[in-house]
Design a protein around this ligand. Structure first.
Ligand code: SAM
Length: 229
């Protein structure tokens, strides 16, 4: 696949859509929490987060809480998304696999910061909505798939970065084998109601692991995750 710069939010409509004040407020709160770099704050400052939630929750979208997105799932809090992104450390030439598209907001963050994003969502309705929205917003560097993302995307591997946005009972083995040499994987691992953010780095056949903050994600379901509720 050719290297391809993202298109992203065309013409930075954020400045004129009436929500910039709220976006700036969210960025100030993220900044106060020391949650992310200037580079990432600049992306938060232009993404129309209210478009990723139901219209009734538009105002709440710019607070730092997680919110329901339907089908029993959530858009993670902006602070959590910032933390995950910083741990992942995406680079502009990276190909990234995201497991758990959800609303598509984290997908958009990654698409702004990398060359390609391959994103997989197990719930058809969420996958379809995120694909429509990111298409409307002008992203041309995101590929979507519906299904069990814990087994990865073999035809597109290896990936420089892999981000799992749902809580796994253990590290999905299939994903480790799809990580490029020098690559990095971030995944919440632990119990159904409490996990730790694990960062794996690959160097040749060696995988080093570091455990970070505790967190609480909806469960990763499927063969390498939890049984479907
Ligand atoms: N990052 C997303 C966002 O910005 O909206 C939030 C993701 S939400 C916390 C986790 C998502 O993972 C849910 O949409 C859920 O359906 C999805 N999911 C759970 N198990 C999955 C699996 N095995 N493969 C793909 N997606 C999965």
């Amino acid at each position: 696949m050719p290297h391809h710069r993202n298109a992203g939010i065309e013409g930075a409509p954020g400045r004129t859509d009436g929500w910039q004040g709220r976006r700036d407020g969210m960025v100030s709160r993220l900044s106060a929490e020391d949650a992310c770099s200037e580079r990432l704050l600049a992306v938060f400052a232009r993404l129309p987060r209210h478009r990723f939630v139901d219209p009734g929750l538009s105002e709440a979208a710019y607070k730092l809480d997680s919110l329901p997105i339907g089908s029993g799932q959530t858009i993670s809090s902006a602070a959590t998304q910032a933390r995950m992104t910083e741990l992942l450390d995406p680079r502009s030439r990276n190909r990234i696999l995201e497991v758990g598209t959800g609303s598509g907001y984290q997908t958009a963050l990654l698409a702004e910061l990398s060359a390609w994003v391959f994103t997989i969502e197990v719930i058809e309705a969420l996958a379809a909505r995120a694909k429509d929205l990111l298409g409307t917003l002008g992203y041309r560097n995101v590929l979507f798939r519906t299904g069990d993302g814990a087994i990865g995307w073999r035809e597109a591997a290896p990936f420089d970065r892999i981000l799992v946005t749902a809580g796994a009972p253990r590290l999905p083995d299939g994903l480790l084998s799809q990580l490029a040499d020098g690559g990095r994987l971030v995944c919440p691992v632990g119990q159904a109601d409490r996990q730790e953010l694990v960062v794996i780095e690959r160097s040749g056949d060696r995988f080093s692991s570091k455990t970070n903050d505790t967190c609480r994600f909806v469960p990763l379901i499927g063969a390498e995750g939890w049984p479907c509720p």
